[in-house]
Ligand binder design. Structure first.
Ligand code: HEM
Length: 180
């Protein structure tokens, strides 16, 4: 994944727990990089190692690390660094989610070698929607859940996210029901 992802993990840990904790996470991950360059692609293994090491050092399940990172990604990376892109995604939560399937197309202008997930939506209702998540990557379901919760925060809408279908149960993709 592009360095911006690893850099955001670093920023989340540094701002939440301090630079020493970040140093401990990096050391424990075995990742041998002094810093991450946002627009340079890194092997996915780097991101997984950082998340795993954060889980160990902070003594919390990796799912909680990924979920927190999803929320951080929306509120910090998305809102603060790519505010206009996020705003172009929709003027309310429902609109943003309906437009989510094409969201990363615009990101590809900045990150040409992006290997993004694919999203589809169904059952679009006044108070909910089903978000279908397809990826060749595994184990990022809690990250997606955190992203969806983060979008609720962004639009000031309390949301509930229910994981209704899991790739881990043998399906070809995950489904999240988002209710607001
Ligand atoms: C301005 C906001 C955003 C930016 C700049 C961005 C950019 C990126 C980048 C650089 C990656 C790594 C992929 C790679 O390097 O090949 C990524 C992955 C991902 N993005 Fe986004 N993204 C944004 C918003 C979103 C939103 C709103 C969602 C969904 C709600 C989302 C869902 C994901 C997921 C789930 C992945 C993990 C990769 C996978 O599952 O295969 N992103 N994104």
């Amino acid at each position: 994944m592009y360095g911006i992802v690893n850099k955001a993990i670093q920023d989340m840990i540094t701002s939440g727990f301090g630079a020493e904790t970040w140093d401990a996470v990096k050391k424990s991950s075995g990742v041998d990089e002094d810093f991450f360059i946002s627009n340079e692609p890194y092997d996915d293994v780097v991101t997984y190692k950082l998340a795993g090491a954060a889980s160990e050092v902070l003594d919390m399940p990796v799912g909680i690390v990924l979920n927190s990172f999803g929320r951080y990604w929306i509120m910090k990376t998305g809102k603060e660094k790519y505010g206009s892109l996020m705003e172009a995604g929709g003027s309310n939560l429902k609109e943003f989610l309906v437009n989510l399937p094409s969201f990363h197309n615009r990101i590809m202008l900045a990150f040409p070698n992006l290997n993004p997930p694919e999203f589809k939506v169904s059952e679009i209702e006044n108070n909910g929607i089903r978000v279908h998540y397809f990826s060749h990557r595994n184990g990022l379901q809690e990250f997606v859940k955190g992203l969806l919760l983060g979008l609720g925060e962004l639009y000031n809408v309390p949301v509930e996210v229910v994981h209704t279908q899991s790739k881990e149960a043998g399906y070809d993709h995950d489904i999240f029901k988002v209710i607001w």
